[in-house]
Design a protein around this ligand. Structure first.
Ligand SMILES: Cc1cc2nc3c(=O)[nH]c(=O)nc-3n(C[C@H](O)[C@H](O)[C@H](O)COP(=O)(O)O)c2cc1C
Length: 259
């Protein structure tokens, strides 16, 4: 692996072609294994034809408390690691029952977790790496904390195990609101500064000199709203800023057009 990047082994969304492409590009490809076992084995064999590099197979291990499901999962794990995959990537359950069989077949075990406690339990169970999910994640969300909050804690808690982070989060309402308010702010500031520059003499100089410092708070507000847990203060600030410049534009309009 040249780059510490894994693709999600989405059940049927991560066939052999995707995993092989990721491995060939220097990442670590993962085929989707939450499919009938024969299909999963087919993915592994096809991926082996498409890449000479290591790759893994993903399996959702939910429902272990039911003996029938537990038996089925154990059978799938044994079949997959028996195919010689380099890693078993698990999610939504306790990895402990699968670690010995994977290790004895020469496969690493990587498990996706939703909390620092779960990361610690996984480390104690003998996994080789964890993938940490944040509450911002899309799809099946196990996390209860923002990735920004518990990523450093998880890294410390399971050191020296590698911790991968799930980063490509869905776009939330706060991000959309931040972008809309930031765009409105840039329009309002741009209009206001443009009007002043038109009315003034050194207009080529005035525009960039005024626009940049007045736009920086908007950029900070927009970025802040999209990354923090409680974006209310950033959104409130952006709204206030937008209103202020909208009023200034309105108040200066007559002066500018009659000059
Ligand atoms: C449609 C969908 C299907 C998923 N299927 C799987 C899966 O089969 N195995 C798995 O480990 N994770 C699966 N996940 C969860 C991902 O591993 C990951 O936690 C999630 O996509 C959050 O990251 P994101 O917000 O960056 O997409 C799935 C997520 C989505 C949205």
């Amino acid at each position: 692996m040249e780059f510490p990047i894994l693709n999600v082994g989405f059940a049927r969304g991560a066939p052999a072609e995707l995993a092989a492409a990721v491995s060939n590009a220097g990442g670590f490809g993962v085929v989707g294994g939450t499919v009938p076992t024969e299909t999963g084995i087919g993915f592994i064999r096809r991926a082996r034809e498409l890449t000479a590099r290591p790759f893994g197979i993903n399996l959702i291990i939910a429902g272990q408390e039911d003996p029938e499901t537990a038996e089925e999962l154990a059978g799938m794990v044994a079949a997959y690691v028996g195919e010689g995959v380099e890693a078993l990537v698990l999610f939504w359950g306790d990895p402990a029952p699968y670690v010995p069989v994977a290790h004895s077949a020469g496969a690493k075990v990587i498990v996706q977790v939703g909390s620092v406690e779960e990361a610690e339990d996984a480390a104690a169970a003998g996994v080789d790496a964890v993938i940490l999910q944040g509450v911002e994640a899309g799809g099946h969300v196990k996390a209860t904390e923002s990735i920004w909050k518990h990523l450093p804690l998880a890294v410390d808690a399971v050191r020296p195990l590698p911790v991968f982070a799930v980063f490509f989060h869905g776009i939330g309402a706060a991000t959309v609101a931040g972008v809309v308010l930031a765009d409105l702010g840039i329009c309002a500031v741009g209009t206001f500064v443009g009007a002043i520059a038109t009315a003034g003499r050194a207009r080529e100089l005035l525009l960039p000199l005024l626009f940049l410092p007045l736009a920086i708070p908007i950029v900070i507000g927009g970025v802040g709203a999209s990354v923090v847990d409680a974006p209310g203060r950033y959104l409130g600030f952006l709204a206030l800023y937008d209103v202020l410049f909208a009023v200034l534009c309105w108040a200066s309009f007559e002066y500018v057009v009659t000059e």
